[in-house]
Design a protein around this ligand. Structure first.
Ligand SMILES: [Zn+2]
Length: 330
């Protein structure tokens, strides 16, 4: 059993608009939730699905699903027949055409209950071309009372034919002051909460992941290893091997944030660095690199991240070696 999903505190403005559109019967039949990973798009999609399916007449004045009606009970059990989740069968893989065909068939039948039917597709960029094409007609005319919620971290990876059939809702990275009242009690310390949030580029759920990961403790060591390569006391190939044990996407996120900080330091905006606790190391590095090197290193890191996310199973060791060799010459 789970709980009825509710939006995160920093999502109240978006939430008000969504439930307002429903109350005024202006709800589009296909919505695309767009935004960076870690801002809570999945949560608000699920909350909205639960809200739409809730049978309680007072739900709009409460601004949430009631949690008690038959529909809400089914949703907390994860078994509501009118809520369909379409996700890759394996993490990181594509959503297949068979999954979309089964969905299309099922929503041609009438709803089991007398209300909405909701389909959540996530991440929408995982739809392969065949699956996306099979979805187009349903996106255009899903049928009375059916709402499709597509969630994506990477709107640029979506086919234009999908995008054009959905109304986009863009979730920005929230302001710190909206997040800290939520994050600080979880972390238990105001300074530490602020520090995590900065290191996560203000993405709240990413900050939470950092809190949980042992990997976060290796951060300073990782930056020192980069310094050691610059100083010629560490072999790039040996470091690439060490980094093979680290989660590569998170590692690339660190490097990206650091390269932004290096540029900030080089252009004199010291007070706004994302990683103030690493300032001594970052300042040393910023003094050693020219700004072109910091930019081209950031580009390279972005490439490694994209290649790591591609389905082609890249050779991580080669990617890291290549990256660190470039760093050595920066
Ligand atoms: Zn309810």
């Amino acid at each position: 059993m789970g709980d009825i999903a509710v939006p995160y505190p920093w999502q109240q403005d978006y939430w008000g608009k969504l439930i307002g559109a429903e109350a005024e019967k202006h709800l589009p039949h296909a919505l695309m939730f767009v935004g960076q990973q870690g801002v809570g798009k999945n949560r608000i999609a699920q909350a909205f699905a639960h809200y739409l399916l809730c049978d309680d007449d007072g739900k709009n004045s409460q601004a949430r699903a009631c949690g008690f009606c038959k529909s809400c009970q089914l949703n907390t059990a994860g078994t509501h027949p009118d809520l369909k989740m379409i996700e890759p069968e394996e993490l990181g893989k594509a959503i297949k055409i068979d999954q979309v065909r089964a969905l299309v068939t099922s929503i041609q039948k009438t709803a089991q209950f007398d209300g909405y039917r909701v389909v959540i597709i996530r991440p929408a960029e995982a739809l392969n071309i065949a699956a996306a094409n099979a979805l187009l007609k349903t996106l255009e005319e899903p049928g009375e009372g059916t709402v499709l919620l597509l969630v994506t971290n990477s709107v640029s990876a979506l086919l234009p034919t999908i995008k054009s059939r959905c109304q986009t809702v863009s979730f920005n990275v929230p302001a710190k002051e909206k997040v800290l009242p939520w994050l600080t009690p979880i972390v238990g310390d105001a300074d530490q909460a602020l520090h995590l949030l900065r290191a996560a580029s203000d993405c709240p759920l990413k900050a939470l992941e950092f809190l949980d990961s042992e990997w976060f403790g290796k951060r300073a060591e990782t930056l020192q290893d980069l310094l050691a390569i610059q100083a010629g006391t560490m072999d790039p190939l040996r470091l690439a091997k060490k980094w093979l044990d680290y989660p590569i996407l998170e590692l690339m996120d660190w490097l990206l944030i650091w390269s932004v900080d290096l540029l900030k330091l080089q252009t004199g905006v010291n007070e706004r660095v994302n990683n103030p606790d690493l300032l001594p190391f970052l300042t040393t590095l910023a003094g050693q690199l020219n700004s072109d090197s910091a930019i081209s290193f950031g580009d390279k890191v972005g490439n490694v991240k994209r290649e790591s996310m591609s389905s082609a199973n890249p050779n991580k060791q080669l990617l890291l070696e290549d990256l660190l060799l470039q760093w050595q010459d920066a």
